[in-house]
Ligand binder design. Structure first.
Ligand code: SF4
Length: 229
């Protein structure tokens, strides 16, 4: 298939096989926002340290018994972008950080392609604790854990959410629609109606490289939506 040079460059960068970083181009969502107002650092009487402590000691669902440690989330607490995955895998459970390993590296590359460094976004999961054997989250587990993510969103006040993977998108949007139908549209999440874009999970993209191009389209779409907010 024909691909022009500029598009090819963008695409290669997105999939992390070229280290070229565009300089001088408009950096849309990468501009650090002005400091968040004080009230956004404390939502419903809970601030970041309190929320982190609650998650660290949480026993609200059976996953507390099998986790190594909860994976709270990582990144800038002034981020404009919030990336939400499904749940920690084995490596995340061991390290206490979401999206590490090869999938994490691919996510980082894709973020770089839209002008974002990993440390400029916030990354979290629907579930804070690893389901044994990486099975899908049970409905009760998701229901018990989602309030933590909602509190993180309230504290962050992001401009855009990127739901990565079918499970994350379906849980956040409370739907059973396939990912293919959830992509390419602007959903809204929660009380603050944050724009939400659904895309593929990087672990899936590592198994199905043919869909990397679609994920790249999703990221560019999210960048456009973020610039309009
Ligand atoms: S998955 Fe969520 S609700 Fe369940 S124990 Fe972990 S932090 Fe608590």
């Amino acid at each position: 298939m024909y691909m022009n040079r500029a598009l090819r460059k963008e695409y290669l960068q997105a999939i992390g096989i070229e280290s070229w970083v565009r300089r001088g181009a408009p950096v849309m969502a990468a501009i650090p926002p002005s400091p968040a107002p004080a009230e956004s650092q404390r939502e419903g009487g809970i601030d970041w340290p309190e929320l982190e402590s609650r998650v660290a000691h949480c026993e609200r669902c059976p996953l507390h018994a099998t986790r190594t440690r909860p994976v709270f989330g990582v990144g800038s607490r002034q981020a404009q972008w919030l990336i939400v995955g499904e749940a920690p895998g084995a490596e995340e459970d061991a390290r206490g950080e979401p999206f590490v390993g090869r999938a994490g590296q691919l996510l980082n590359s894709m973020l770089r392609a839209v002008g974002l460094k990993r440390e400029e976004v916030y990354i979290a999961n629907v579930l804070k604790c690893r389901p044994p054997g990486n099975r899908d989250p049970a409905p009760l587990e998701a229901a018990e854990c989602l309030p933590y993510l909602e509190q993180q969103i309230a504290l962050l006040n992001p401009k855009i959410m990127l739901a990565v993977g079918r499970i994350a998108a379906q849980n956040l949007l409370r739907t059973e629609s396939p990912l293919g139908r959830l992509r390419k549209q602007v959903h809204r999440f929660g009380r603050s109606q944050v724009p939400l874009i659904a895309t593929y999970h990087p672990a899936y993209l590592l198994r199905t490289p043919a869909d990397k191009r679609k994920a790249w389209e999703d990221l560019k779409f999210a960048r456009e939506v973020c610039a309009r907010v």
